[in-house]
Design a protein around this ligand. Structure first.
Ligand code: ARG
Length: 563
């Protein structure tokens, strides 16, 4: 158990019933200086209830608390500071990690509850953009973190497979498209058509009308339009599947926008029956004037439904199908208004669960300081980027470890890991600058650095020729071990925080810190000397491999044993 929890338990016992353990735990601090102790409890929070001066309480508590995991308990003014018995703590931490293995750190806050998470959700017939990469990577990590916190997670890819853009694409295809070139290189050619449409439409406004007409035909089930749409969709899905395969990202559902076509009428009826729909300039809207927001557009004057209408249907469907207790949408922050509107409309429909819908926004990926845009064709094609990263990783491996078996697989894990890690190490609200060289460095704050540290720890264990590292009988009390152990002990807390803050960067920063601390340990401590603490040191190395690997897994990054 984490030191803080153990301390909280001791305090709870001592003050019997005045405050709960959980509350006490939240109050425990770290003293400013290490010389003052490892943990501090501020007694002024008890002053009112105990009707005593904080310093007095501190003194009494310090006298009463006794536990083998504390080497010293002292009152410092209004605080009770404890010094941990590091040798004892080290044994308890290590045996726990070695016993629980990859289950170490699991939490139960989500037990018995379903969480749906909508992420990636790229648009058909457009390239998988860097923005969708962010959603994919952040969503995948959050889903994994949620599961580790006990949730039953449903991963949903809400494909953008419907909307006026298909009218544009069909128009462009009929004017300038060629089936053979598209079959050869579907996404690239479809993008070229899309870009050309927008260029031409700047001059020729009537193109927009044609596009609207084609979309209307598609909505009405016109055979030619539907066939083209199906074809674009198949080609796109095949391309996306390659990317998900490379990234190692799974989904439970691919119900995209088109899936809700037959549910549109139902939603509109419901909006009408519950009196929330209004006419405005020939269109149907839900007014959000009281909430100081622009109205939510439900149906255009030509009868076409919108992105928002589909999201309303999707939310209702998800609640019916999965009975979620939380529902996440990992989508760029430019859609904040959209999700605010969706939630409010659902509330107006009387759905209590609407408050459990959460938009989890993130910043843009920038290229030389500029936002990437599909319309202008200013995009990097993701598959090419991933392949380039893998190639670079392979060059690196060829230089550093030319005899490595499984080179291709490891290069893939390192190249892909680098991209994912680079994205997740920043707080997700920030915009991220995209630079392959930066993310592939083996030193500094990169994925490969953490992977490399894990591989180094694995290689120590191989050299030790230990079949099974077991719980140590001797404790470790030097400061290098302690720095590592404290972090290992902290992992469960990081798992929980990362979920509560909806922020994978908490995990990314944590594994970086653990890797750095472990490398310090490695360069100062002779691990493979056969003295009394030999087993204990190996147990520590083993625990580090377990936690680094599990931390990387939570991010969606693989941890090769050698690299
Ligand atoms: N396809 C949309 C886009 O690329 C994202 C969809 C997000 N999910 C949702 N349920 N609206 O902008």
């Amino acid at each position: 158990m984490e030191a803080k929890q153990l301390y909280a338990e001791e305090i709870e016992k001592t003050i019997s019933g005045v405050k709960k353990k959980e509350e006490i735990e939240g109050l425990i601090e770290k003293p400013k200086f290490e010389e003052q102790g490892d943990l501090a409890f501020p007694c002024f929070v008890l002053a009112k209830q105990l009707k005593q001066a904080p310093a007095k309480i501190a003194e009494q508590l310090a006298n009463q608390i006794q536990a083998s995991i504390f080497s010293k308990v002292v009152a410092v003014g209004p605080y009770v500071n404890v010094f941990l018995n590091r040798a004892e703590m080290s044994k308890s931490i290590l045996s726990k990690v070695l016993a629980e293995k990859e289950c170490f750190g699991a939490q139960s806050i989500g037990e018995g509850q379903v969480l749906t998470i909508d992420y990636s959700s790229p648009n058909i017939a457009k390239p998988f953009s860097m923005g969708h990469l962010r959603s994919t990577v952040i969503g995948n990590s959050l889903a994994t973190v949620a599961k580790k916190n006990g949730y039953q997670v449903v991963r949903i890819n809400h494909l953008g497979d419907w909307g006026t853009q298909f009218g544009k694409l069909i128009t462009a295809y009929k004017k300038w498209g060629n089936p053979d070139t598209i079959k050869e290189n579907p996404i690239k050619e479809l993008l070229a058509l899309y870009v050309k449409f927008h260029e031409e439409a700047e001059e020729k406004r009537e193109l927009e009308d044609e596009a609207r007409a084609w979309f209307k035909r598609l909505e009405d089930g016109n055979v030619e339009a539907t066939e083209l749409w199906n074809w674009f969709k198949d080609e796109s899905l095949q391309e996306f599947a390659k990317i998900y395969q490379l990234l190692g990202v799974p989904f439970d559902s691919y119900h995209g926008e088109a899936f809700y076509n037959d549910k549109m009428d139902g939603v509109i009826k419901e909006l009408e029956n519950k009196n929330v729909l209004e006419r405005s300039d020939g269109a149907d809207v839900v007014s959000l004037e009281k909430e100081n927001l622009p109205p939510c557009l439900i149906r255009k004057s030509d009868g076409a439904t919108l992105y928002a209408t589909r999201d309303l249907a999707a939310a209702i469907y998800r609640q019916k199908t999965y009975q979620f207790s939380k529902s996440f949408y990992v989508v760029g922050h430019e859609q904040s208004l959209h999700f605010q509107q969706i939630k409010l409309v659902l509330e107006k429909l009387g759905y209590d669960w609407a408050k459990e819908i959460e938009h989890i926004p993130f910043g843009f990926i920038l290229q030389n300081g500029r936002k990437m845009s599909t319309r202008k064709g200013r995009v990097i094609l993701l598959e090419e980027v991933i392949k380039e990263a893998i190639d670079l990783a392979k060059q690196n491996i060829n230089e550093k470890n030319p005899n490595l078996v499984d080179k291709d697989e490891v290069a893939k894990q390192v190249g892909v890991g680098a991209i994912i890690f680079h994205d997740l190490k920043n707080e997700k609200q920030n915009n991220v600058e995209f630079s392959l060289e930066d993310m592939l460095r083996f030193e500094g704050t990169t994925g490969p650095y953490v992977q490399y540290t894990h591989a180094r720890a694995c290689s120590i264990l191989r050299k030790a020729k230990f079949g099974e590292v077991s719980s140590p009988e001797d404790g470790l009390d030097d400061s290098y071990s302690w720095a590592v152990l404290k972090l290992v002990d902290h992992f469960p807390h990081v798992v929980e925080r990362s979920f509560l803050l909806r922020d994978p960067s908490k995990v990314a920063k944590y594994v970086l810190e653990l890797a750095q601390e472990f490398n310090k340990y490695y360069s100062h401590v002779k691990i493979l000397v056969e003295d009394e603490q030999y087993e204990a040191r190996l147990a520590l190395v083993k625990a580090v491999t377990i936690v680094l690997k599990e931390g990387l897994r939570l991010l969606g990054v693989k941890a090769p044993k050698q690299m």
